[in-house]
Design a protein around this ligand. Structure first.
Ligand SMILES: Cc1ncc(COP(=O)(O)O)c(C=O)c1O
Length: 361
């Protein structure tokens, strides 16, 4: 399991980031500042020149994430905005990029539908084959671990070493884990991409994404892409994320504990043909809060969702337990496969609801 003490140091620093430097009368809560223009005297502030370049509330949320990631961080209005910025910053015409064939489908669609006309060549391989696939000739390898929706684990340190030996950059989509359950940069990855729409913001009320990286040249390009393509989030959305980040640690603790308690109950019930719950590998602080449960068919899955009082929704990481029937989106899974995102409900009541769902399924 990952070393959680240094992660806790980062959480502590993140929580005290504003309060440590307050003057008498300052607000404890981060102010929500909405302004497209800045006062520009003879000697202007270096980056607060115009709202598309920087915003104080967005920067405050970025600073919190930078502490958790221990890396320079830029926010985007969605996780896909972060993917697009990394692709535009790192790839050029003729470059090859490798993605998992069984990962989040929109990442592949971005490459094949949007970037292919600009000369970017996408290739894919199964996440399980990332450990052995030859990497020569790739400029960028993007993975998720655990993968979504199969929850396979890829060894980040081993893949980073192979990427670097082949001259490729490794970007890790860390959406499922968040920086509190997994630190791809510490494990040797070059870039973190994340959808903060999920657990990081955590209340199902905002879209947001971020890019973190310890290489200034790459981050300068990511920032240029954001400023010039115009993909900066609004201050209110950044403020919602900032608020979510302050409770991420405690929410994750409850969600992960609930998932750990539910996994054997689901696995052992006759209504569930198979259950995926990753074993926390050395690179993860915990196995997380996502479960993949296969019911007999679509109808059985739907009966479970209703009787267990899970929210039927795509996306994950919110405070309410939710379920997504992934075949609906074209993932290569059976019609009865549900990705379950376990929420913050009190454990005894949640277990009772899940037992009701299993009996109904
Ligand atoms: C693993 C993963 N990465 C990226 C994204 C994209 O994030 P967003 O919806 O915030 O653009 C998602 C969304 O479901 C996701 O599951």
């Amino acid at each position: 399991m990952a070393d959680t003490s240094s992660l806790n140091d980062r959480v502590f620093a993140m929580l005290h980031q504003r309060t440590n430097r307050l003057a008498p009368g300052d607000t404890i809560a981060e102010p929500l500042i909405s302004s497209s223009m800045y006062h520009l005297p003879d000697q202007p502030h270096p980056d607060r020149v115009y709202g598309r370049i920087a915003n104080p509330t967005v920067q405050a949320a970025e600073a919190r994430l930078a502490t958790l990631e221990d890396a320079r961080t830029l926010l985007f209005p969605s996780g896909m905005g972060a993917y697009g910025a990394v692709a535009m910053a790192v790839l050029a015409a003729g470059d090859k990029v490798l993605l998992p064939s069984d990962g989040y489908y929109a990442a592949r669609n971005l490459m094949s539908q949007v970037l292919a006309p600009f000369g970017v060549n996408m290739e894919t391989c199964a996440a399980a084959d990332m450990a052995t696939v030859p990497l020569d000739g790739y400029r960028l390898v993007i993975i998720e671990t655990p993968t979504n929706p199969h929850l396979d684990i890829i060894d980040i340190a081993a893949l980073a070493a192979r990427c670097h030996a082949a001259g490729a950059l490794l970007a890790v989509d860390n959406t499922v884990c968040t920086p509190l359950l997994q630190q791809p940069l510490d494990l040797g990855a070059d870039i973190v991409i994340a959808s903060d729409t999920k657990a990081a913001a955590g209340h199902s009320d905002v879209l947001m994404g971020h890019v973190s990286c310890r290489d200034d040249a790459i981050m300068d390009k990511v920032h240029a892409v954001r400023s010039l393509a115009g993909g900066i989030p609004g201050p209110f959305e950044a403020w919602l994320l900032l608020r979510g980040l302050e409770t991420l640690d405690v929410r994750l603790e409850r969600m992960c504990a609930n998932a750990t308690a539910l996994a054997p109950i689901l696995r052992d019930h006759r209504a569930v043909n198979s259950l995926i719950y990753p074993t926390a590998s050395a690179q993860m602080a915990h196995a997380g809060f996502l479960l993949g449960a296969s019911f007999a068919d679509q109808a059985a899955g739907e009966r479970f969702i209703k009787a267990a009082e899970f929210v039927p929704a795509t996306s994950f990481g919110g405070v309410h337990s939710s379920a997504d029937r992934r075949a609906r989106w074209g993932d290569e899974v059976s019609g009865g496969f549900l990705r379950l995102s376990i929420g913050c409900e009190p454990q005894a009541q949640l277990i009772a609801a899940v037992r009701r769902g299993l009996e109904a399924a």
